[in-house]
Design a protein around this ligand. Structure first.
Ligand SMILES: *[C@@H]1O[C@H](CO)[C@@H](O)[C@H](O)[C@H]1NC(C)=O
Length: 296
């Protein structure tokens, strides 16, 4: 199961300039406008494979036999909500992985919140894998099959991160909740700001049906599209009181736990679309991981 892990070497992250950091710190606490690609992101891997179309409103990511590609936010945030609308690779996308994630970009005590979209053969469902790294420990994969064709239209994928929990949502439907159970000794990402990243790459050694289905390069190039970026959170460096301020909207009562309707949707996803949960994988975890027992 080690093959489920990321390949950090593919990330090729460039350090952000200090100048930009101080600019962010003075201009705002929380980004209160829709993010734009040029202002808020930088290309981290293969700019020849990333195109801005529609006057910059939509980003086209390209994967071919020469390269995949990637980009990252210029800023880092401590708590907040990030979202993006994505139209995934249509048709035969087996062996491809499109990722959207937050990452502290620190080696040993990495925090990371991942969405990974695992392609499939034509007509077979895309899988969304989520993972949570807290204080350097990951291996918390869950997978759901999507209930729509994510290559037909744009759908919104978001990560809400506050002091109470992390919620991964698809079109505002929660598909994963990682609760802050620090009181029970369970690590929760809380100290390190995270940047927002996206990559499109080939992972046919593990992505589709455990690596059985290989990428069909005769179908290349593969295209995924992204638009409507939203980044809201406490910029770091920035005012040091921001991350702990209860007046940030994402810390408000409505975001501290799922409401009744969200809880119902979440149960529906888990009952009908969950196809893998590390919590119940006895071959990997003979002893159930504590966060699974502590519940949501
Ligand atoms: C691809 O389709 C197969 C068959 O429906 C399914 O078992 C699998 O979970 C799907 N997703 C991936 C990533 O293999």
């Amino acid at each position: 199961m080690a093959t489920l892990a990321y390949h950090p070497s593919l990330r090729n992250i460039i350090p952000i300039s200090l100048f930009l950091h101080s600019l962010l710190a003075f201009s705002f606490t929380a980004l209160a406008r829709p993010a734009t690609f040029t202002q808020d992101f930088r290309i981290t891997w293969a700019d020849s494979h990333i195109k801005q179309i529609g006057g910059g409103s939509t980003i086209q990511l390209v994967l071919d036999q020469n390269s995949g590609c990637g980009f990252a936010s210029k800023g880092k945030y401590l708590f907040g909500k990030v979202s993006v609308a994505i139209k995934l690779i249509p048709g035969d996308s087996a062996g491809t992985v499109t990722a959207f994630y937050m990452n502290s970009d620190t080696d040993t005590i990495r925090d990371e919140l991942d969405f990974e979209f695992l392609g499939n053969r034509s007509g077979q469902p895309y899988t969304v894998q989520t993972n949570v790294y807290a204080h350097g420990k990951g291996d918390r994969e869950q997978r759901v099959n999507l209930w729509f064709d994510p290559a037909a239209e744009f759908h919104t994928y978001s990560i809400l991160w506050n002091h109470h929990h992390v919620v991964f949502s698809v079109d505002e439907i929660p598909i994963r909740v990682y609760k802050n159970n620090e009181a029970k000794g369970i690590p929760f990402p809380k100290f390190q700001p995270m940047g927002v990243y996206s990559t499109l790459w080939e992972a046919d050694d593990w992505a589709t049906r455990g690596g059985i289905e290989k990428i069909d390069w005769s179908k290349a190039p593969f295209y995924a599209y992204m638009q409507s970026f939203e980044l809201e959170g406490c910029a770091v460096p920035g005012p040091s009181t921001c991350p702990s301020s209860p007046s940030n909207w994402w810390e408000g009562a409505a975001y501290q736990q799922l409401n009744a309707a969200q809880a119902r949707s979440y149960r529906w996803v888990r009952m009908n679309h969950l196809i893998y949960d590390y919590c119940t994988d006895k071959s990997r975890y003979p002893v159930t991981p504590p966060e699974c027992v502590a519940g949501i």
